[in-house]
Write a new protein. Structure first.
Length: 108
């Protein structure tokens, strides 16, 4: 059996993705690595973000709960819900498409 990915590695990758695609949120969180970037809400970028989020959701689902600590077992469903919420915002609510003043704060 293949060992599952450690949750903390996944979280590092997920945060990197979130900050790269939403640099305003990164700055708000005190991460200044992306200060020279702006959010990109064109249709192609949003579609790539949704595909990336779907891939992240699959990676998270593949992490065995057997290998998680009790704290990670609580955190894992929250992370999954966050990913699903971001996907819902981008695909269904589509604030990026409807709000002409949309900035990084428009996404979940």
């Amino acid at each position: 059996m293949i060992a599952s990915e450690p949750l903390h590695h996944f979280v590092d990758d997920y945060l990197s993705f979130l900050y790269e695609t939403n640099p305003s949120a990164a700055t708000f969180d005190g991460v200044h690595l992306y200060d020279d970037l702006l959010e990109n809400f064109d249709r192609g970028s949003v579609e790539r973000d949704v595909q990336s989020l779907a891939g992240l959701a699959r990676r998270l689902a593949a992490i065995s709960t057997d290998s998680l600590t009790s704290v990670e077992r609580v955190e894992r469903p929250w992370i999954a819900a966050h990913i699903q919420g971001r996907m819902h915002e981008l695909e269904k609510i589509r604030t990026w498409e409807r709000n002409p003043r949309c900035t990084g704060s428009c996404s979940a």
